[in-house]
Design a protein around this ligand. Structure first.
Ligand code: NAP
Length: 257
C-alpha cells in the first residue's frame, strides 16, 4: 500500500507521515521489510507489474468512485474522466465494470480510439471543445454527471462543475492541468448554489484496496493498462524520461527483480 498506516476509515494527520516514496522509503529496491498491516495480497489474475499500478492510481480511482458512503457509484450512473493518465484510465475501467456510463475527455485525437476501446461511451476533445462541461451534461440528456473524477484541477474545475448533476459529486484528485486563470475555480458557494458535493481524495485505505483487489479477482478481463515497454531498476532515469516524454501508453513499469 502507498500509505502504510491507512488501514480503514478516514485518514488523519499522523497517517500522513507514512507515505512510501514520500515520508518513508519507497519501493525502488529489490528487498524491503514492511509492516504486515501495510500489505495487501495482489489479485491472482495480475502479474507483478500490473499489480504495482494499483497502489496509487488504482486505489485513488477506486476511492473516488466508491469511497463516499451513501454516494457509491451505481450501474447506469454517469462518470466523467479527464485525459488518459493512470487515475483516469482506472476510473474508466472500474466505472464500466460496474455498469456505469462514462464520458472521457482527452487532448489527443489519437487517444479517442484507445478510450473507446476501454469502453468510454463518449469522448470529448477538451482542447477543441473548451465548454466540454455543458457538452457532457447534454450527453447525459441534461441531468448531468453523477461522479466527476477531476485530475487536472484549476484548469478543469469550472467545466467539472458545469457537467455535474444536482446533488452530484466532484472528486478533486490532482492538478495535472497546471495553473488556471484567476477567478476560474468555482468557490465553495458555487457548491451550495448548484447543490453538488466536492470531495478531496487522498489515495485510499487498505480496506478499500482489498475491496478493489476482490473486484479485479472477480473480473479477469479487468487488467491495468500498462505500457509494453518496461524498464529495469538500473534504468530509472530512462523510465522517467520516457514517462515525461508522454510517448507512453498507460502505466510505465519498473521490473525490480
Ligand atoms: N489525490 C491522490 O491521492 C492522488 C493519487 C494519484 C494521483 N494524484 C494526482 O492526480 C493527477 C493525475 O495523476 P495521474 O498519475 O493519473 O496523471 P498522469 O498519468 O501524469 O496524467 C497525464 C494525463 O493527464 C491528462 N491531462 C493533462 N492536462 C489535462 C487537462 N487540462 N484536462 C484533462 N486531462 C489532462 C493528459 O491526458 P491526454 O493526453 O489524454 O489529454 C495526460 O496524458 C496528478 O496531479 C497526480 O499528482 C493524486
Amino acid at each position: 500500500m502507498l500509505n502504510q498506516q491507512h488501514v480503514s476509515g478516514p485518514a488523519n494527520e499522523s497517517i500522513l507521515e507514512f507515505g512510501t516514496g514520500a515520508s518513508i522509503d519507497g519501493t525502488f529496491r529489490s528487498v524491503g521489510a514492511f509492516d504486515e498491516q501495510g500489505l495487501v495480497a495482489m489479485p491472482h489474475t495480475l502479474n507483478f507489474i500490473e499489480a504495482a499500478t494499483l497502489t496509487c492510481a488504482g486505489i485513488t480511482a477506486w476511492n473516488a468512485l466508491f469511497g463516499l458512503t451513501g454516494n457509491r457509484l451505481m450501474p447506469g450512473q454517469w462518470v466523467l474522466t479527464q485525459g488518459t493518465g493512470g487515475v483516469s484510465i482506472f476510473a474508466l475501467q472500474f466505472a464500466k465494470a460496474t455498469g456505469a456510463r462514462v464520458i472521457a475527455t482527452t487532448s489527443s485525437p489519437d487517444k479517442v480510439e484507445l478510450l473507446k476501446g476501454l469502453g468510454a461511451d463518449y469522448v470529448i476533445n477538451y482542447r477543441q471543445t473548451p465548454n466540454w462541461g455543458s457538452v457532457a451534461k447534454g450527453l447525459t440528456g441534461g441531468s448531468g454527471i453523477d461522479i466527476v473524477v477531476d485530475v487536472a484541477g484549476a484548469t478543469t474545475l469550472k467545466q467539472s462543475a458545469d457537467s455535474v448533476k444536482v446533488e452530484g459529486l466532484i472528486c478533486v484528485v490532482g492538478i495535472v492541468g497546471g495553473d488556471g486563470e484567476a477567478g476560474e475555480i468555482p468557490t465553495l458557494l458555487d457548491a451550495w448554489k448548484s447543490s453538488y458535493t466536492v470531495r478531496g481524495i487522498l489515495v485510499g485505505s487498505r480496506m478499500q484496496m482489498e475491496e478493489m483487489c476482490r473486484a479485479i479477482d472477480g473480473n479477469p478481463t479487468l487488467r491495468p493498462f500498462v505500457d509494453p515497454h518496461t524498464f529495469k531498476l538500473d534504468q530509472l532515469k530512462e523510465a522517467y524520461e520516457y514517462l515525461s516524454s508522454g510517448n507512453n501508453q498507460g502505466k510505465v513499469g519498473i521490473d525490480i527483480l
